[in-house]
Design a protein around this ligand. Structure first.
Ligand SMILES: [Ca+2]
Length: 520
């Protein structure tokens, strides 16, 4: 408690530090699918992240940061717009679209005189609507195009590639591309640079942990997965990808230092949502929405502070704008982490999920909202008759059955062994149907394994959380509060990713054991 109060007091002084100086450069580093616990600064022995740890040590380590949505593109939409996932129309669905009617922080920075650039994964998969790409170019129908990146982040730096490509990882030499940008930049302007690694997104090089000196006992698993060597091995293969992201970040920090830029650069390191193993990504549990976050403020700000209060990644857009002394649009519901005159702490965050890929008949999603306080998490599943990871007897995409869970060793293991008494409960936790309401005591049950929603002792807590959540959803215009669900009707803008035009008709059967209805 003392630490929280101290941190809150210190926050008041940061704006004075920034004021008066030149407007800071900004380096934003975002990994793809990394849970908060998987960095050594948080105590993970299986993942070594010296660069992240350095940013935390020379700045602030946030222990409770949450993505607005546990799916790549909606999370990135929320980061860019400072809006909750239900406030961005088709931007709340994977393979939806980002409309230019929503203000995005990067273009506001550019308007105010910043130079923008990016390397690696930026926003996607999905379609940009109404943005103006560079002269003579038109927006492509496809995701992950450099023209898309140019339209929202100024310039795409991707010429430099690695000499040795590691299986499962991007060929881009992110740090050298950053160096190229610095060498070619307009030195009269402050810059905003987006470093988006493709790691640790699936697929991984299976078993790579063995030749990289990792030990199975060091793997840090969420408690919702069985403690088995296959699962431990996959978490270590994933750790190697996080370390790849971190090595490039480390090189970038060294380059900034060498160029004498480190002291006037705001550095933010995070991820778009949690790990890609079962019951994490695409789920509103902490394993899906809670992300690492470290921020190094420019100048002689206090160092090495840990903040345990709740942060939503929609707070980043206002933070960047505040650092650049740009007015924050009223429609951004995030709040700057540099906010002046008040303690910028939240007493709850609300997250949401709608539709990821096609994995249920008729291509519908799995709508849910969650309110998370320091003590509890309350989840409302609006369609409890649907299957949270996809219909178990329906396949339409490259992810196979249960397509809202990425292919991988742990998923395969659970599917192959779901008939075993020891494994079946884990299978159900990840892939079985869920009740309409879930309530977890986050102090007693951090892995969210004991649902208290039907326990009478907690009925007051449950109803007050539900009320608080619905008040917030109403105040921020969630269509679900009007009994509307536009997300199931939004177009899939990037069908290329499925590679299967017959998805509506197709469906293959699996062993009957996994078709069992909701467990107790
Ligand atoms: Ca992702």
């Amino acid at each position: 408690m003392e630490m929280i109060r101290l941190a809150a007091v210190l926050v008041l002084f940061w704006p004075e530090v920034i004021e008066g100086a030149d407007r800071p450069n900004i380096l934003f580093a975002i990994s793809d699918d990394q849970s908060w616990m998987h960095a050594s600064a948080y105590g993970d022995k299986g993942t070594s992240t010296p660069a992240f740890d350095r940013v935390a040590r020379e700045g602030i380590l946030f222990t409770h940061a949450f993505a607005s949505c546990p799916s790549c593109m909606p999370s990135r939409t929320s980061i860019l717009t400072g809006r909750n996932m239900w406030e961005t129309g088709p931007g709340g669905n994977l393979m939806g679209s980002l409309k230019s009617e929503y203000a995005i922080f990067s273009l506001l920075l550019r308007q105010s005189g910043y130079q923008l650039a990016a390397t690696g994964k930026t926003w996607g998969p999905g379609k940009l609507e109404g943005f103006t790409p560079a002269a003579g170019k038109s927006l492509p129908p496809r995701s992950y195009s450099s023209i898309q990146t140019e339209a929202i982040l100024g310039a795409s730096f991707h010429r430099r590639t690695l000499k040795e490509r590691r299986p499962g990882m991007s060929h881009l030499d992110y740090a050298s591309n950053f160096e190229d940008f610095l060498a070619s930049r307009d030195r009269e302007k402050p810059f905003f640079f987006w470093y988006g690694s493709n790691e640790p997104h699936q697929r991984f090089e299976e078993g790579a942990w063995k030749k990289n000196g990792k030990k199975l006992e060091d793997a840090l698993l969420p408690g919702s997965l069985p403690d088995h060597p296959v699962v431990r091995g996959e978490f270590l293969d994933y750790a190697l990808e996080i370390e790849h992201f971190d090595r490039h970040l480390g090189r970038m920090l060294n380059i900034l230092e060498r160029e004498n830029l480190l002291e006037n650069t705001l550095i933010v390191v995070t991820s778009d949502h949690g790990n890609p193993m079962p019951r994490s990504k695409c789920n509103l549990y902490d394993s899906g929405t809670r992300v690492p976050l470290a921020i190094r403020f420019p100048g002689p700000a206090r160092k090495g502070v840990t903040r345990r209060d709740l942060v939503n990644l929609i707070d980043l857009a206002p933070t960047f704008l505040a650092a650049a002394e740009v007015e924050i649009p009223a429609e951004m519901n995030g709040q700057s982490l540099l906010e002046k005159g008040s303690v910028p702490s939240r007493d709850f965050v609300v997250t949401g999920f709608e539709r990821h890929i096609i994995c249920r008949r008729d291509g519908v999603g799995y709508p849910a909202r969650c309110i998370r306080t320091n003590s509890f998490a309350y989840i409302r599943n609006y369609e409890p008759n649907r299957w949270p990871a996809g219909d178990p007897d329906f396949v339409s995409s490259h992810q196979g059955f249960l397509g809202d869970c990425d292919r991988g060793a742990t998923k395969d293991f659970l599917m192959k062994n779901c008939g075993e008494t020891r494994i079946a409960p884990y299978y159900r936790l990840s892939f079985g149907r869920r009740p309409a309401e879930e309530l977890y005591d986050m102090q007693q049950d951090p892995h969210q394994l004991r649902n208290l929603a039907e326990d009478k002792k907690y009925s007051e807590i449950k109803s007050s959380l539900r009320q608080k959540m619905e008040d917030y959803l109403r105040a921020t215009g969630d269509p679900r509060m009007q009994d509307q669900s536009p997300w199931d009707d939004y177009e899939f803008t990037d069908k290329r990713i499925f590679g299967n035009p017959r998805w509506r008709e197709e469906g293959l059967a699996l062993p009957s054991v996994i078709l069992e209805d909701r467990p107790d």
